[in-house]
Design a binder for this molecule. Sequence first.
Ligand SMILES: C[S@@+](CC[C@H](N)C(=O)[O-])C[C@H]1O[C@@H](n2cnc3c(N)ncnc32)[C@H](O)[C@@H]1O
Length: 287
Amino acid sequence: MKQSPELLYLNLMKKTLSYILWPEPPYPLPYPLPTFIFKRQPIKKLLLFAISKTLNNLGKKRLQISITRHISEDQRIEGNFHPKYADTMIGLKRLDNLQYCIETVLSKNIEGDFIETGVWRGGACIFMRAVLEAYQIENRKVFVADSFEGLPEANVEKYPADKGDRHHMISYLAISQEEVENNFQKYGLLDNQVVFLKGWFKDTLPEAPINKLSILRLDGDMYGSTMEALEHLYPKLSKKGFCIIDDYGLVNCKAAVDDYRAKHKITAELKKIDWSGVYWEKEKDIS
Ligand SMILES: C[S@@+](CC[C@H](N)C(=O)[O-])C[C@H]1O[C@@H](n2cnc3c(N)ncnc32)[C@H](O)[C@@H]1O
């Protein structure tokens, strides 16, 4: 059966955003070498350092040692690794789920905008905007909420579950707003239907200019980040709208979701997307 142009476009977007169309290119070993490389093998490290330095000098900083990395199709589908080049790390199954949820709210006319809390390079939000573009929807917005500087240090007093969390030390997770805007621009999808909410969720979400949501996608990894997004945004989710949790596979995120659902007596069926993602359709307003 022939696919419609809309579905062809959306399938191509998912493949491009997840980078499944290409083998993972080698990535350059930074020079000077980071401390974790050959930490317990000083001779190897010295040798590598000498080669790296010589190449760097000879090539006027344009010659580098690169590391090859094999990524299987299955890993791209499951989104269970940290990609170097993809615009999203959520994998194809969770992109398919996002498309299913959006198409469902569109077809049932469920009122509200879309938001992702925790966007990294922006890929999942770019895909939300692409779905609106595909179906020529102009009266819904995509909210893009992130610190654009990585995760916060744990607030252990308020969220003891986050004690010892080290996400804030991972510079790989800190992507600037400018880089995310450029990523939207690459796909021709940066316009006034995309609204950036820059800052910590605890500061931006209570004041966000959002009336109603039909898609609430949470990807903030920690207990606190998940709980803050639920507390400030779940009441704005329309009935029959979707709440999608990217990180239910992480103990702290799962605890926040379970606590919030228990506190507000949310009994809507929690459906599994893959090894990490779950979602539910909102059945009733919370008290
Ligand atoms: C795992 S990444 C998101 C991956 C992304 N959804 C994708 O499509 O690849 C987590 C993101 O959440 C953001 N984040 C987590 N907690 C936050 C908080 N409390 N306030 C603001 N940003 C937060 C980080 O900056 C990071 O960009």
